[in-house]
Design a protein. Structure first.
Length: 404
């Protein structure tokens, strides 16, 4: 089968979030099919890095966009019903290449990764089309409203409404829609998208993310995430204001490392607090996590699956998470990870693990076992294979119903 795969961010290197999901999907499909990948890059460095995907697909091409121009497109979209993400991730050059390939080649499936690329191919008919929303972006933008001051709160409410309309529109023009969790399926249903929707989980490369030989530092806890992403920035700012002083009062030698690329000025300022280190980008997050007694994911805004939780569990490091962040992981609170929401609960959970090596070891073993059984990429891809097969079959059926 020939597959045209479109992604809003170039899926190589697979170093965060949606890129991990896209890359593993491409790598899996390419084992049995001929996969051509089209996506965007924002710098010469990204373009050079993108060449690394060559061994994992039949063909690939990246299209350079410039942030200033893309931001201008967002500004022009504001008084319209087009979502900002559709405007930001659109490239006329990529659209022309999509149209050219579809006119000249015989593809058997179009696979769109994330809602922002639906615009490129939603008009195409007579060809099976699957769009992987991953997360329900309309919900994410709506979630921001309570965490932003006016007029930003109004802007996020407007974007959430526009995105919901776009999700409904695209679902009606694709033969299958997928998300990363059953919970995201429910969110889509709340938005009126119920037919031909399914989910396949995010996985973890269990050979790459595995326990190592690093010596555990019982006075070290870690947060991992890209630090110019608002939910990550917000949760660490709040954690350092509301939880960190309580923890340091109980354990003065405790240290926190915030590991992740592109820290904002607010995050860099946290590095001036006693015991807090902001690392910025690191070549490999694994040794930072494996040296830690535990990792924390106190997110107040979270959609879909948090890879940082899966990776920590796979590395054999126990996790203390907010209930929102943990909701996207197929794990049982108290059995595979600890869940805490208030500053008091979070402080108590962290101290409980720091003071109890046996409990840390129990959660470490149980967490990795759970990831092996419920979040392996082979398991996720087996589920995707079934979805793809149904998509192709339903597209071929003359009475196939629309997805909304």
């Amino acid at each position: 089968m020939r597959v045209l795969f479109l992604s809003h961010r170039f899926p190589y290197p697979p170093n965060f979030g949606s890129k991990v999901r896209a890359f593993n999907t491409i790598r899996h499909l390419a084992r049995e099919h001929e996969v051509s990948v089209l996506s965007l890059v924002r710098s010469d460095m990204e373009a050079a890095e993108a060449e690394g995907i060559a061994p994992y697909c039949h063909a690939h091409r990246s299209f350079r966009v410039h942030d200033a121009l893309q931001m201008g497109k967002i500004a022009l979209s504001l008084p319209t019903t087009m979502p900002a993400s559709e405007a930001f991730f659109h490239s006329a050059a990529m659209q022309r290449e999509v149209d050219r390939l579809l006119a000249q080649r015989s593809f058997d499936l179009i696979f769109g990764h994330c809602s922002a690329v639906g615009r490129y191919v939603e008009h195409v008919s007579g060809l099976p089309k699957l769009i992987d929303f991953c997360d329900v972006d309309s919900r994410k933008w709506s979630d921001y409203v309570d965490h932003k001051r006016w007029p930003l709160s109004w802007g996020y409410a407007w974007e959430g409404w526009r995105m919901r309309r776009a999700e409904q529109r695209m679902a009606g023009r694709f033969d299958a829609v997928t998300v990363a969790t059953a919970g995201e399926m429910e969110a889509l249903a709340d938005a009126g998208v119920k037919k031909r929707v399914d989910w396949f989980a995010n996985g973890v490369d269990l050979d790459y993310f595995r326990p190592g030989d690093e010596v555990c530092d019982e006075s070290l806890i870690t947060f991992v995430g890209r630090m110019d992403y608002f939910p990550n920035e917000q949760c660490m700012v709040d954690f350092c204001a509301d939880v960190w002083p309580r923890l340091r009062a109980e354990r003065p030698g405790l240290r926190l490392q915030i590991v992740g690329a592109a820290p904002t000025q607010r995050v860099l300022a946290l590095g001036r607090l006693d015991g807090v280190e902001v690392t910025g980008s690191v070549p490999d997050v694994r040794p930072f996590v494996r040296r830690s007694a535990l990792s924390v994911t106190p997110l107040k805004i979270a959609r879909g699956t948090q890879n940082k939780i899966l990776e920590s569990m796979a590395l054999g490091v126990p996790v203390v998470s907010s209930s929102l962040a943990a909701a996207g992981v197929d794990a049982v609170p108290g059995e595979h990870l600890l869940v805490a929401d208030t500053p008091e609960e979070t402080c108590a959970a962290v101290l409980h693990l720091l003071q109890n090596r046996a409990e840390r070891e129990r959660l470490a073993a149980a967490g990795r076992t759970r990831v092996q059984s419920h979040h392996s990429w082979p398991g996720a891809m087996a589920r995707l294979d079934g979805i793809v097969a149904r998509c192709v079959t339903s597209a071929a059926a003359p009475d196939a119903a629309l997805a909304v």
